[in-house]
Design a protein around this ligand. Structure first.
Ligand code: ACO
Length: 331
């Protein structure tokens, strides 16, 4: 059977989207371009001074002949982008001069391309920190209607297929919002179900809202947050299957789910896991990756009005290609 990542690349190719890669002189980004273009995963726009981009590509032996190059400093798009950024941020004290300086930064320029529909999505982060990739996107593209926070999901492909959807889970938030409110956790449940359907093709996503307590076994204000997140998710998003609060084993192990949460339809069979905060989510996905040998694909940013994705600075060329494919799929 075709691997999940191969399926994601194939599905992306059917969509014919344009993805902007602002880190236009970065080695793995440039080396990824040929496969992205050859497999028609997306059309690629690289940002930077054309001779610098071409020079970097030839020094790395990367074929970027299929990509478009835009130099933020000389493109005719710049004036409109400066004006748009100024309008967006003038209440925050941004002047026209400051807007121009900001739009010359490729990360801000890329987010504006996506905002104004000049590209369908953005991928960066091989060179820049998560914060530097996210900030322009949060300021310019902003959250989608009905979403108050952005979250980062990981697809966890476990070699042991006992649990989840044939060993596959989607975890969130593992990357962005440090201490989400109950309302925000509920929104993450909705957004992660969408990712599980769009990217993984899940037919029956079931969301477990995680805690150190199962259905009232412990009481603490940290548990109360998860309890109210479940209530809010059920009220606001009746179309999704969501329950909790669950300990991890009650969420995914059928016998434990049956004994600890006998009244729940989905205890013991959850395949989408929403964590109570970023410490738990970030540590949790790395434990499964390192100790269970799972492949961790992501983070896939969710809740943004248009797709932007952040690479790890330790990413491989294949990671760049896969994240571009996922971004195209979410566009
Ligand atoms: N969701 C949606 N919008 C947000 C969020 C959020 N979680 N956080 C901030 N914003 C918006 C703000 O409303 C603000 O918008 P405005 O300027 O239009 O009013 C804008 O973004 C900037 O807000 P700041 O408060 O200045 O946010 P800052 O840029 O300092 O931080 C960031 C945002 C970068 C997401 C921060 O929360 C962060 O560092 N999170 C953790 C990221 C991280 O380190 N993850 C772990 C590594 S990733 C991994 O291991 C896979």
């Amino acid at each position: 059977m075709m691997s999940l990542t191969a399926q994601i690349r194939e599905k992306a190719a059917a969509k014919g989207k344009t993805i902007v890669l602002p880190e236009g002189t970065e080695e793995r980004t440039l080396k990824a371009v040929k496969t992205i273009v050859d497999q028609k995963i997306a059309q690629v726009v690289l940002l930077g001074d054309e001779s610098a981009v071409r020079g970097a590509a030839s020094s790395f032996g990367a074929d970027i002949s299929g990509a478009e190059i835009i130099n933020p400093a000389t493109t005719p798009l710049l004036d409109d982008f400066v004006q748009a950024f100024y309008e967006l941020r003038k209440e925050k004290g941004v002047t026209l001069d400051k807007a121009k300086a900001t739009m010359l930064d490729p990360l801000f320029f890329a987010s504006m391309m996506v905002k104004l529909g000049k590209a369908d999505g953005e991928v960066a982060g091989a060179q820049n920190t998560t914060g530097n990739v996210l900030r322009p996107a949060l300021q310019i593209i902003k959250t989608a209607p009905g979403m108050s926070a952005v979250s980062g999901a990981f697809i966890m492909i476990c070699p042991d297929k006992t649990y989840g959807d044939d060993g596959i889970f989607v975890f969130a938030d593992c990357a962005v919002t440090i201490d989400p409110s109950a309302q925000q956790m509920a929104e993450f449940a909705k957004a992660t179900v969408q990712t599980a359907v769009d990217v993984c093709g899940f037919k029956d996503p079931k969301v477990g809202m995680l805690s150190f307590s199962t259905k009232g076994s412990a009481s603490h204000e940290l548990v109360d947050k998860v309890v109210s997140a479940v209530q809010i998710a059920k009220e606001r998003f009746p179309e999704i299957k969501v329950d909790g609060e669950f300990q991890l084993d009650a969420a995914i192990v059928p016998s434990v789910g049956a004994s600890k949460a006998p009244g729940s339809e989905i205890a013991g069979s959850c395949n989408v896991l929403v964590f109570p905060d970023l410490q738990a989510g970030n540590i949790g996905y790395k434990l499964v990756q390192r100790l269970a040998g799972a492949e961790a694909v992501g983070p896939i940013l969710q809740g943004m009005d248009k797709p932007v994705n952040d690479l790890s600075r330790g990413c491989s060329i294949d990671d760049v290609i896969n994240v571009v494919a996922m971004t195209a799929l979410k566009a």
